[in-house]
Design a protein around this ligand. Structure first.
Ligand SMILES: NC(=O)c1ccc[n+]([C@@H]2O[C@H](COP(=O)([O-])OP(=O)(O)OC[C@H]3O[C@@H](n4cnc5c(N)ncnc54)[C@H](OP(=O)(O)O)[C@@H]3O)[C@@H](O)[C@H]2O)c1
Length: 316
């Protein structure tokens, strides 16, 4: 039986599909691209294993029900999302449709075909007053922006079906070979190579996480790793270890890239993003490790691994 992975052209969905290979049916909205071309562009790096890619717009309820009834997957991993955090402030209905309403439809049809639903969520569901320690799964979420609020409603929708696993993660960056990926590391490298002085916020504390590590953890929790059994249903926090700020992360990126570009710390208020981000969204990953999840390297080691895989810095 297949594993259905939504958001197959995205960072995490693509990594999962390449790992699962022929076991995966990857689906994505495939906006402005043909499936064959998109699939070919995804086949990157030594980790690549070919997988099926199909067009599916998650906001089309009829298509969603039809596809899942036809595929009858062994598990569904929902990596698709409206992830443009600032743009979501201007398009709350679109964000709601993908991040919340679509998940409600997925949960309904997963229950119908008895398929576990693995829903990927975000550290941004937290954002209220910090408790002075990393957030635990049962701490009270308090989203600060439209994206975060829609993702939280997505979690609640997924939890309507008993067989759910919600994975909250943070600051994803895909392998350097994933040329489609949009993430902080690539943005910093692009700006730095153009010799631009970088100004990066230094008052948001979190744990940027490397997609291959998160993908391995997701497969473990879903029972698709070596263990072969899903973890107990519920919420899990999965990130690399440690914590940093976007400023310190940027300094490390520039250093590892061997670039000589000044990086200046600024405040979130000075940066003036449209959407409000949490000042502290470090996640406590004890529960994931308590169920035997593979050890997550710390964020510095993870970033080092990214650079060790980047044979051609200029293309990132
Ligand atoms: N990126 C992060 O830093 C981060 C941090 C914490 C949590 N997360 C969560 O982790 C998950 C994976 O993130 P990611 O970075 O891999 O995301 P991503 O790279 O933005 O990929 C998301 C994919 O979903 C697709 N999609 C959007 N709307 C769709 C629709 N209506 N129907 C079908 N597919 C649709 C996107 O297509 P288009 O590109 O054409 O829209 C894209 O290919 C998401 O749930 C996200 O909320 C991400």
């Amino acid at each position: 039986m297949a594993v259905l992975v939504t958001g197959a052209l995205g960072q995490l969905g693509g990594e999962l599909c390449r790992r699962l290979g022929r076991e995966a049916v990857g689906v994505d909205v495939l906006a402005g691209t043909d499936a064959a071309g998109a699939a070919a562009s995804l086949h990157v790096g030594a980790e690549n294993r070919p997988f099926q890619l199909q067009r599916l717009d998650l906001t089309n309820r009829r298509q969603v029900l039809e596809t899942i009834r036809r595929v009858r997957p062994a598990a569904l991993i929902n990596c698709a999302a409206y992830t443009a955090v600032d743009q979501a402030e201007k398009e709350p209905e679109r964000a709601e449709a993908v991040n919340a309403t679509a998940v409600s439809n997925l949960a309904e049809v997963c229950a119908e075909v008895d398929c576990p639903l693995i829903q990927i969520s975000t550290d941004y569901v937290f954002g209220g007053q910090s408790l002075g320690r990393p957030w635990r799964e049962d701490d009270q979420p308090e989203p600060q922006c439209v994206y975060a609020a829609t993702k939280l409603r997505g979690e609640q929708a997924a939890a309507q079906w008993t067989k759910h696993i919600i994975v909250r993660t943070c600051g994803l960056y895909a392998r350097p070979s994933d040329a489609r990926a949009k993430n902080f590391v690539r943005t910093i490298l692009r700006f730095a190579r153009h010799g631009r002085t970088l100004q990066v916020v230094n008052d948001q504390h979190c744990t940027p996480s490397y997609v291959p590590h998160v993908a391995e953890a997701v497969l473990f929790l879903a029972g698709l790793g070596d263990r072969g059994l899903p973890a107990p249903w519920g919420i899990y926090h999965v990130t690399n270890r440690g914590q940093t700020t976007w400023y310190d992360f940027a300094v490390e990126i520039v250093r590892l890239a061997g670039l000589d570009v000044p990086v200046a710390p600024i405040t979130s208020a000075e940066y003036g993003a449209l959407a409000r981000r949490p000042s502290y969204s470090v996640l406590d990953t004890s529960r994931y490790h308590a169920v035997g999840g593979p050890q997550m390297p710390d964020w510095q080691t993870a970033l080092g691994e990214y650079f060790s895989q980047q044979s051609d810095f200029a293309s990132s």
